[in-house]
Design a protein around this ligand. Sequence first.
Ligand SMILES: Cc1ncc(COP(=O)(O)O)c(C=O)c1O
Length: 336
Amino acid sequence: MRLDTIPRISLTQLPTPLIEAPRLAARLGLRRLLVKRDDCTTLGMGGNKVRKLEFLMADALEKGSDVVMTCGGPQSNHARLTAAACRKVGIERCILFLGGPDFERMNGNLLLDTLFGAEIRFMVDATVKEMDDAMNAEAEKLRADGRKPYVIPIGGSSPQGAMGYTSGIRELAGQLSDEDKSPLIFFAVGSCGTLTGVTIGCRLFLPEAEIIGISVSRKASEIRKIVERVAPEATELLGIDLPIDASQIHVEDCYYGERYGVASEAGNAAVLEMAQSEAIVLDPIYTGKAMSGLMDMARRKLIDTDRTVIFLHTGGGPGLFAFDHVFRGNAKLLRV
Ligand SMILES: Cc1ncc(COP(=O)(O)O)c(C=O)c1O
């Protein structure tokens, strides 16, 4: 297997902590709840994308790229971390194509994009296809000018990106004692790179684990189609023959509420409960919704509560600061 020979550049201190969450476990009736703190990756305020970017930026450098481009929503954690990674490896230009609802305040991830000096091309209400087209057109122009652009797909969910969580699961397996080696692993699923990497990683390094992906944006059938497409390319990159049957992947698609990017009541409640039981910060768009799935499934005994449960905390904290209005009513504020 080529996992250790695929180009990779260190962007964070590893391993990330794996910590107990005993108060939340007791509230949910779980024997043991562990949180894998990938929100604590040490680049640019952290998150799951750092693991993907270790492989993507190494690929960009190997190809001699001098401009990196990617796309996402205005509060994209992936875009923010791509901008940070460019600074870290010394790539001068980072262009972010951000599409979605218009915004008034440059807060949360947008503020960090600005601090990292990214060039932002804002495309009001653009679809992923429109952002992709805009990126590719820009890349063409840059090539004609003699530059070497490197285009990262939305969420960094390419075969290289998936390597981040194949190695992330190897790291997690090394942190678990024998009695915890058949855990239930919960996490947020967006563009599916994390899910693809975790699926391959579990097959290789934690075969007794059960994955429960909580969708933040798509129906389970769509997610399985994406994994079906990316997983074979990822295993080819690894140089292994490991057929992944995407129809067997456990994805829950009833926890994202109205749609991607819009906070849900259950997700907001999960953000508050996690903060007030464990002092761990989630966000309303990814990790809050993922945690609302874990909480609901535990409380309704839809999972085996005797098994060790691991919540893979994929970050997203900066995005919380674009949702202050959601939590204003929870303030215990007395003007004196
Ligand atoms: C905080 C956070 N969690 C989870 C995800 C989902 O990861 P993936 O896109 O690999 O499915 C993202 C993606 O942007 C994210 O920012």
